[in-house]
Design a protein around this ligand. Sequence first.
Ligand SMILES: Cc1cc2nc3c(=O)[nH]c(=O)nc-3n(C[C@H](O)[C@H](O)[C@H](O)COP(=O)(O)O)c2cc1C
Length: 235
Amino acid sequence: MKKIAMIAIVIGLAVFFTAIMAQSDSSNQMAADVITLQEPHIDGGISVEKALLERRSIRSFSDEALTLEEVSLLCWAAQGVTDDKGHRTSPSAMATYPLELYLLAGNVTGLPSGVYHYSPQGHNLTAISEGTKIPELFNSSMGGKEDWRKSAPAVFIVTGVFERMNKIPGQDLSRFVYVEAGTASENLLLEVVSLGLGSTYTAGFDENKTREYLSLESGETPIAVLPVGHKLEAD
Ligand SMILES: Cc1cc2nc3c(=O)[nH]c(=O)nc-3n(C[C@H](O)[C@H](O)[C@H](O)COP(=O)(O)O)c2cc1C
């Protein structure tokens, strides 16, 4: 009888820990292709006022690569963890953290071209697939003009998981997820200015292709697309 009870406890613990690990999938800790990002240096930039003054939508990029350090700071600015309770650079309604951040890396020094998912908890990137996908995602022309986003060395994509926010019975708080995507994106845009780079907040994009390239499940929605690169000229 004692032996049976022991086996039951062991099986119970195994099921419990498997469930816990499945729930914390956004920590990326178990994945094989994890790229650890360097700790963000928090005293390298310009004042918030200067960043606000200088922010402008930039739609032309040079051929220059981004560095992994710049990518690290941009991820951190959007969704980085800033205390040991798990709070982030961006506010979140009821601390539900419904956002996910992805990177299409085309020309980033030290990072193979590919599609990556950012883990705030681990401050690392997990490779989802090889190949940048930037030219494929932006290959349709708009009014006869090529999509300028094609030339970006890196593209950040903010998605939302609505069920994390909609936990209160009878209340649809989906709009909060869009609000949060705006705050996270603005953080990233201000960090872009601080790093002397350029970007534009874009919400017009091919949702189906984006879903496919990010391997999104049906409960996760792409909201904002932020191409980042070295400025060629302001427009
Ligand atoms: C919600 C939202 C969606 C936007 N979507 C696009 C877009 O799909 N493509 C684009 O080129 N710019 C897009 N923009 C950028 C605006 O065109 C830009 O912010 C506006 O022209 C003002 O210029 P500024 O950002 O330099 O101040 C978007 C901006 C916002 C706030």
